[in-house]
Design a binder for this molecule. Structure first.
Ligand SMILES: Cc1cc2nc3c(=O)[nH]c(=O)nc-3n(C[C@H](O)[C@H](O)[C@H](O)COP(=O)(O)OP(=O)(O)OC[C@H]3O[C@@H](n4cnc5c(N)ncnc54)[C@H](O)[C@@H]3O)c2cc1C
Ligand SMILES: Cc1cc2nc3c(=O)[nH]c(=O)nc-3n(C[C@H](O)[C@H](O)[C@H](O)COP(=O)(O)O)c2cc1C
Ligand code: FES
Length: 601
């Protein structure tokens, strides 16, 4: 017979599906609609133990991973187990869970984690704070009625107490809306513990509360069990991402916990504190922040740029939204001769990404100058002509033509991943980059942005060389390179085998490159530093803030405009609202904030 339970009668976890019986806002929780009660039907006989948790992941989800959620209550029904969860809406994962509808299917992994050890004799004390109630209420329900006291602590209101039957129930609320006004220490001290002669203390809640209860329990000489929280990926003890700092070394919250004897837990736990560096809090602004930037004297209304090849010639998206709100628009990559681009499949979608093999299809620079440029120049955003080529001669010819036009900025693209000759190869080494940049520099006084490939093994030195050779700014990254295979035919998807790869999937790598580049630029004399245009996977305004905090002056959006044409508008609005809320008057106040040492000017 298949073994379902371990020697403690704890069910082994199973990766299966549950179906939603109901999902409703939890009554009594404040603010309204902040906590939801989700009831799932899970087929089979495997009951969770009180205090265990499941990784819950809606089948349709924008998150990669499930979220750990404690069993609040369960009932064995005929042929299935009905499990109730309380969910505090915090970020994207819990928002998705709270939005589930009756009969929706959801992936579940569980039951997971250890369980509270039941008191052997005497009265227990159970404490839950906020959403921590979910974890301890399930345990309380499993004890005999009135064999425990229960302290519940909330900011406001109360919820999650319907199944417990304590001897004494004490509620505290910060605002006095229920029970005693104040936080838990107002109602619970060492003396309370000693006077009641509790046999054990069980607690779940935020870290400061756990630390407080640990301290008073240990002072009173009472064994105390803490239910800890940590970020989780696997839930079964393999990824080692959820470790808790203990006197016995690292312990996995998911497998060794989440319940731990308080005596081994060290506080503070630094897992979620990111770093000790904090920024000075400023007063929110009454006025609109200044989002403008300049690149070699050319003023952009804001730092958002439509990235080359993903925004056509500026007017294609005009019927969809007001493109005049953008800071800049980079034209499709332009070569001296018209190009038809690559044969075969040109687009291949990947998880959160897009591979492309367009191959610089474009009408040629003379056609651009006569037909597209005049229209682009009529738009408010700064026009950037993306100059591409296959040989140095072709770049030279193109640069000479563009130099004679009104175009305010040239972006020298020495990074196209999709052309056989030239293209990215000029961006691969310092020598070739120097050759291309110094040659074009000598031909034009127009501001020159040099667009680099992330594929160079010597990228940072190539960028520094470009600056030495006369670049007024660097844009990074052009597309990464990827390969996709058609498994039915057993051949590469793209005729040119390798293809460009962009979209949200590449963002952390692009962020790392921008961070590294800006760190190096920071070391240059102030007069030698140049602005950086960050590109790679921008999807939301938060990504723009991240890039600017890494030192970028402007941020260009590529692939995500295809998924959501409003991406750049949402980024501008979100950036502005963020700066207003945080009291940042202009972008120089956040530029380079995340870099070590002196800040970029
Ligand atoms: C064992 C255990 C039991 C839990 N039980 C419940 C419960 O019953 N009800 C409930 O509402 N919440 C519970 N949580 C917390 C819940 O898992 C997080 O609030 C949730 O993962 C946040 O995800 P998000 O996408 O909404 O938020 P985001 O902030 O967008 O999350 C981003 C990432 O951080 C992680 N994360 C953020 N906050 C936490 C946190 N406090 N704990 C763990 N990971 C976090 C997420 O898993 C995710 O990977 C429990 C956590 C653990 C570890
Ligand atoms: C369909 C497509 C065509 C592109 N064409 C060009 C181009 O002509 N010139 C160029 O410099 N970059 C081109 N790129 C690269 C983008 O401008 C951008 O640098 C890259 O996609 C990374 O940004 P993202 O992750 O936001 O897409 C193209 C990208 C895509 C998806
Ligand atoms: S979540 Fe993977 S080890 Fe705990």
């Amino acid at each position: 017979m298949e073994k379902f339970f371990d020697c403690n009668n704890v069910a082994y976890p199973e990766f299966t599906k549950g179906s939603v019986v109901s999902c409703k806002a939890t009554k009594g929780a404040f603010p309204e609609n902040s906590v939801y009660t989700l009831v799932l039907a899970v087929s089979g006989e495997k009951k969770p133990q009180p205090g265990q948790f499941y990784m819950l992941h809606p089948l349709k989800s924008d998150t990669l991973l499930g979220r750990p959620i404690s069993v609040f209550h369960f009932e064995q029904k005929k042929g299935f187990v009905e499990i109730t969860f309380l969910i505090l809406v915090k970020g994207i994962g819990t928002k998705e869970l709270s939005a589930l509808q009756k009969d929706d299917e959801i992936s579940i992994l569980g039951p997971l984690g250890n369980v509270f050890r039941k008191p052997e004799n005497g009265k227990a004390l159970i404490i839950g704070c906020g959403i921590g109630i979910a974890h301890v209420a399930g345990f309380a329900e499993s004890l005999k009625d009135k064999t425990y006291d229960f302290y519940a602590s909330f900011r406001s209101g109360k919820y999650g107490l319907e199944y417990i039957k304590p001897d004494k129930l004490v509620i505290t609320t910060d605002d006095g809306s229920e029970g005693i006004k104040g936080m838990l220490p107002t109602a619970l001290s060492v003396e309370t513990l000693k006077d009641n002669n509790y046999s054990a203390v069980y607690v779940c809640g935020p870290a400061p509360l756990l630390e407080y209860v640990k301290q008073i329990s240990e002072e009173a000489g009472i064994v105390c069990y803490l239910s800890m929280e940590s970020r989780m990926a696997c839930g079964v003890g393999v990824c080692l991402g959820c470790t808790i700092d203990t006197t016995e070394g690292n312990k996995r919250c998911c497998k060794d916990g989440p319940v731990f004897d308080s005596r081994i837990i060290k506080f503070p736990q630094f897992k979620d504190s990111f770093s000790s560096k904090t920024v000075t809090q400023k007063k929110p602004l009454d006025e609109e922040p200044d989002l403008s930037i300049t690149i070699k004297g050319v003023r952009f209304e804001n730092p958002l740029i439509g990235s080359s090849g993903t925004f056509g010639f500026g007017t294609e998206y005009s019927p969809v939204f007001d493109v005049n709100r953008l800071g800049g628009i980079a034209s499709k990559g332009l070569t001296i001769e018209p190009r038809q681009g690559n044969s075969g499949i040109r687009l291949w979608e990947t998880p959160s990404g897009l591979m492309n093999s367009i191959g610089l299809q474009n009408p040629g620079i003379p056609h651009f100058i006569e037909n597209e440029l005049p229209k682009m120049l009529k738009l408010k955003p700064v026009t950037i002509a993306n100059l591409s080529g296959s040989t140095l001669e072709s770049y030279i010819e193109g640069a000479k033509l563009l130099d004679k036009t009104e175009v305010p900025i040239i972006e020298l693209n020495i990074s196209c991943p999709n052309v056989a000759a030239g293209g990215a190869s000029f961006g691969m080494t310092c020598e070739l980059a120097d050759q291309a940049v110094s040659t074009i520099r000598a031909l034009t006084k127009k501001p020159l942005i040099v667009k680099l490939t992330p594929q160079s093994p010597d990228l940072i030195n190539v960028a520094l060389q470009c600056i030495k050779s006369g670049a007024d700014a660097i844009s990074l990254c052009n597309s990464f390179q990827g390969v996709a295979i058609d498994i039915e035919r057993g051949v590469p998807v793209f005729d040119k085998i390798k293809a460009g790869f962009g979209g949200p999937a590449v963002r952390p790598i692009a962020m790392r490159l921008i961070y590294e580049l800006c760190t190096e630029i920071n070391k240059l004399q102030e007069s030698k530093r140049v602005p950086i245009v960050a590109i790679g996977g921008v999807e939301k305004w938060e990504d723009v803030v991240e890039f600017i905090m890494c030192g970028a002056t402007a941020v260009a959006v590529g692939t995500n405009t295809f998924a959501n044409p409003f991406t750049m508008i949402e980024c501008i609005d979100g950036l502005s609202a963020f700066m207003k809320r945080k009291g940042y008057k202009n972008l120089s106040e956040i530029r380079g904030l995340a870099l070590e040492g002196s800040l970029l000017k």
